[in-house]
Design a protein around this ligand. Structure first.
Ligand code: BES
Ligand code: MN
Length: 456
């Protein structure tokens, strides 16, 4: 018998941090774990080497007439830092209050286990299940999936054989209600460096005579939003699309208590663009965010200098038809144009990914030619969620990004059915990440029910 909780714990013991080369062993352990697991399930497994972290591909082949589901997941996790804020070891899973605590429990090892367990149980129950399944579990999602796009391109013919993608790597509001995610924001990130004098200078000798790069950077950064929190980069909002009426109605059903939200994040006031609620801002609008800023002396006490350098990291979340490469270029241009004389600015582009939208069948703006199996999958998902959870599923766009989902659509022509299995209290990317065991168990039943319907 397949024990999903034990298997999940085993996976969580692999410290698979993709961004830090010190964790190569943990990445390898995770690949080995998945390979073993899929082999035990009777699937044929391939570990595909890439320039960085391998992709685990596992297949249950069969009659070409059978529907073919591509299950996506990622085995890489965010760094555990700051480790001293964890109540237990990040890579030693423990059960507490109906949850499993460990880095990656919610993002993405727990939710992906729902689909793995579902397939394992279905195949145990019915070895002749008329369904083809391909698991594609990558190791670079948390760093922008640089190897997965070229992989899709190189295996395009084979992978576009699938009918649709199924995954769980998105958010639901509570244990009572799951979200079927119908949109993801795109993303583009960049590093900005301002250089003034060729070394740090004594501020008594030079202060007032040269442009301070920290000051210049702050001025340019501050100029990128107006007082309404609107991004001031010309052309930034090109491609932002209207939100459909049914989407607004769906979001109203989610309900939103802005005071509770303020308390949850620990701020005294919100800063949404006027005309938008906090929920709408996160799900429908693009952003330009400073992820970090630095320069000059950061140590104890004081140091009277004009620093030589200042730097910031920026990420933009994108929606609708915004083009990440274009937006990145526009932001870069705005920064360069606004940099004062006496400062040399360098802007280095990082990873990027396009926004994704899928319109479920039966909505006013659903594409007429959407494949029958996709409609069936959305219906089955909605039904399965109603059977397991007290409240019906909500179909909502998400504020987060899984850049490869838009690439899968573009390269393979496949849409994704995304079932949110992590919750706001799961602490993704933060200390004390956890997965609700009850939600995981229900998630397994939801996935089984969907796959069974698709096999019929
Ligand atoms: N699982 C998240 C995406 C997510 C987060 C969906 C919150 C819904 C709500 C994913 O693993 C992630 O963190 N993605 C990164 C992408 C980036 C590194 C390219 C993100 O959104 O920051
Ligand atoms: Mn994730």
């Amino acid at each position: 018998m397949f024990d999903p909780i034990e298997k999940l714990k085993e996976h969580l013991r692999c410290a698979s941090v993709s961004t830090d080369s010190h964790f190569k062993e943990g990445m390898a352990a995770s690949q080995k774990f998945l390979t073993g697991l899929f082999s035990e399930m009777g699937l044929s497994v391939e570990v595909v080497d890439t320039d960085l972290h391998p992709i685990v591909l596992a297949k249950r082949e069969g009659d070409p007439q059978w529907p073919h589901i591509l299950v996506y997941g990622h085995y890489d996790v965010q760094p555990a830092d700051p480790v001293d804020l964890w109540k237990s070891e990040p890579f030693e899973p423990v059960e507490r209050d109906g949850r499993i605590y460990a880095r990656g429990a919610a993002d993405n090892k727990g939710p992906q286990m729902a689909h793995i367990a579902a397939v394992a149980e279905l195949l145990e129950e019915n070895p002749d299940l008329p369904l083809r399944i391909t698991f594609m579990i990558e190791g670079e999602e948390e760093i922008g999936s640089p190897s997965l796009s070229p992989f899709l391109e190189s295996r395009k013919e084979e992978l576009s054989e699938a009918d649709l993608v199924l995954l769980s790597d998105t958010l639901s509001p509570s244990v009572d209600q799951l979200v079927v995610t119908v949109g993801l924001r795109g993303i583009v990130v960049m590093d900005v460096e301002f250089t003034g004098p060729n070394s740090d200078l004594h501020s008594g000798l030079h202060g007032g005579a040269v442009y301070n790069p920290v000051q210049a950077l702050c001025e340019v950064c501050a100029s990128l939003h107006d007082s309404d929190n609107r991004v001031t980069v010309p052309g930034f909002y090109d491609g932002v699309t209207e939100v459909e009426e049914w989407e607004r109605e769906e979001l109203v059903k989610l309900g939103s208590d802005e005071d509770a939200y303020k308390q949850f994040v620990g701020v005294g006031a919100l800063h949404s663009m006027s005309g938008y609620t906090a929920q709408e801002s996160v799900r429908y609008l693009p952003t330009l965010e400073f992820n970090g800023i630095g320069g000059g002396y950061q140590g104890e006490g004081s140091k009277t200098i004009v620093p030589s350098k200042a730097m910031t990291k920026i990420s933009c979340r994108l929606v609708g038809n915004q083009d990440p490469i274009k937006v990145g270029e526009l932001v870069k241009q705005a920064i360069l144009e606004r940099t004062p004389e006496g400062i040399v600015a360098k802007v280095k582009m990082g990873h990027q990914g396009a926004p994704y939208l899928v319109v479920p069948p039966g909505k006013p703006n659903s594409p007429e030619n959407s494949p029958a199996l996709l409609s069936k999958a959305f219906e089955a998902t909605s039904r399965a969620i109603s059977e397991e959870f007290p409240k019906p599923a909500l179909f909502l766009r998400e504020g987060g990004s899984i850049p490869i989902i838009a690439d899968i659509k573009k390269t393979l022509g496949l849409d994704s059915v995304m079932i949110g299995l992590f919750l706001p209290e799961d602490n993704l990317h933060a200390p004390n990440e956890s997965m609700n065991i009850d939600v995981l168990k229900k998630g397994i039943r939801v996935s089984k029910s969907i796959l069974k319907s698709l096999a019929e």
